[in-house]
Design a protein. Structure first.
Length: 122
């Protein structure tokens, strides 16, 4: 049996970021359905599949989130209503958990009758 060959060195150095065009790609990590004044659905990543719900927040300060996000009874995030320059509405979402190194920022956007949770590494 031949000895294992070492892995080739990566072509792109760690000090060279990916081109800006490639950084803008967003990945689908969840699919949701509107339910009453909120949403329910699933977040699916490489390591987890989570049933999640968005509950509308009534009242509160102007900067307060429009939705609180729950997995079971645990609050795992918040979302704010936003609008693009082209007048498309979406939710700016922040998910957080003690097991994460930092919060995850993503968007809940409507497409083809469903609501898609989109994420990109920034």
């Amino acid at each position: 049996m031949a000895p294992a060959r070492p892995c080739p060195a990566p072509r792109r150095g760690a000090d060279r970021p990916l081109p800006a065009k490639r950084r803008q790609v967003m990945a689908l990590i969840g699919i949701f359905e509107a339910e009453g004044s909120g949403f329910h659905g699933t977040i699916e990543t490489f390591l987890a599949v989570l049933a999640v719900r968005f509950e509308s927040v009534v009242g509160g300060p102007e900067a307060a989130p429009d939705y609180r996000i729950y997995r079971g009874n645990a609050e795992i995030g918040a979302a704010w209503k936003r609008q693009t320059k082209a007048n498309r509405r979406y939710l700016a979402v922040i998910l957080d958990d003690p097991s994460l190194p930092r919060p995850i920022e993503c968007r809940l956007v409507q497409a083809d009758g469903a609501w898609n949770l989109m994420w990109s590494r920034t």
